[in-house]
Design a protein around this ligand. Structure first.
Ligand SMILES: Nc1ncnc2c1ncn2[C@@H]1O[C@H](COP(=O)(O)OP(=O)(O)OP(=O)(O)O)[C@@H](O)[C@H]1O
Length: 301
């Protein structure tokens, strides 16, 4: 059974159709990246999944319940894009308060503060926290009650590089434990190793959805082979594009199916080094945005 399933979902705000006939599903234990340019409809999708707003047409089921996650809210952890907490309370007080609201064990509070690196700041008031510390507290709040579905909206905003890496590793750990995760992010390179499904929205329409491997296959983008220190020029039928990146450093674009044949030729040229670059998530994102004619609107880093 799908943990989240959208079937022909459309959403209007007054006359404006911001989601158009969207269908996709998330299976248990998978991590799905929800991507799109600014205004593509990601937050609206998240609000629908949380049950904070209703669909204009179509169905949405979350953890087996129809109509969004409001009836399943104890099983959902949510980290909003802009976390805001009452500034006079301490980190521990906030987390205890949310644990009570959610019916989660108060015993989890200290463990979670430890897990997000806030144990030593737990007794300090939120007004003294930096943006990154508030974000870490927001993450601890989302993890209360061991949610079956975790929704993270731009979770790395404000986090330093180490905290960002820790967040991704935590996501990996939760996924192994069977938690299903939806992550909205514009920071594609960081998130790529941790997701196995993606949904790409462009101007409210579903431009692509599925496993990353399927999106790669569908896009059929060329592989890049970078060779340095070649002693012979390379002329091969399979080369789609060639750039000299620096002195004796050549980049060849080739269809995946021709990669080995070209490599064989390159090796004959006695290179000092060879690097093979498969299309990244950012490459895929740009491909699908371009296909949708929405590249100008894209907010990708
Ligand atoms: N409450 C609302 N009333 C009217 N229009 C809205 C409302 N919320 C969002 N919109 C519009 O719906 C569209 C989708 O917005 P949404 O916030 O879902 O995009 P997003 O993909 O999350 O963007 P971003 O990456 O900038 O956060 C935008 O055109 C936005 O202006």
């Amino acid at each position: 059974m799908a943990v989240v399933e959208l079937t022909n979902v459309s959403k209007y705000y007054d006359q404006l159709e911001v989601l158009k006939d969207i269908s996709w599903s998330l299976e248990q234990g998978q991590t799905l990246g929800l991507f799109g340019h600014n205004g593509a409809g990601k937050t609206t999708t998240v609000r629908l999944i949380l049950g904070l707003t209703g669909t204009s047409s179509g169905q949405i089921s979350v953890l087996g319940k129809q109509g969004g996650g409001i009836d399943a809210h104890r099983e959902i952890g949510f980290l909003p894009e802009n976390v805001m907490f009452y500034p006079q309370l301490t980190g521990r007080e906030i987390l205890t308060y949310f644990a009570r609201l959610k019916g989660a064990s108060i015993g989890q509070v200290n463990d979670l503060l430890e897990q997000v690196g806030l144990a030593s700041a737990a007794k300090h008031r939120i007004k003294t926290y930096s943006k990154g510390m508030r974000q870490r507290l927001g993450l601890a709040q989302a993890l209360l009650g061991e949610p079956k579905l975790l929704i993270l909206d731009e979770p790395t905003v404000g986090l330093d590089p180490i905290a960002t890496q820790e967040l991704y590793e935590l996501m990996g750990k939760m996924q192994k434990q069977g938690t299903s995760i939806i992550i909205c992010s514009h920071v594609l390179p960081g998130v790529e190793p941790f997701i196995n499904q993606a949904v790409i929205l462009a101007r409210g329409q579903l431009e692509a959805s599925g496993k990353l491997s399927e999106l790669r296959q569908q896009a059929d983008l060329p592989v890049k082979i970078i060779a340095t220190g070649l002693s012979l020029p390379i002329n091969h039928y399979s080369i789609m594009a060639h750039k000299e990146l620096a002195h004796q450093c050549h980049e060849f674009s080739v269809q995946d199916s021709n990669k080995l044949a070209l490599l064989e030729q390159i090796i004959k040229g006695s290179p000092q080094d060879v690097e093979i670059k498969s299309p990244s998530l950012a490459d895929l994102y740009c491909y699908y945005m371009q296909r949708a004619g929405a590249l100008g609107a894209a907010g990708v880093q």
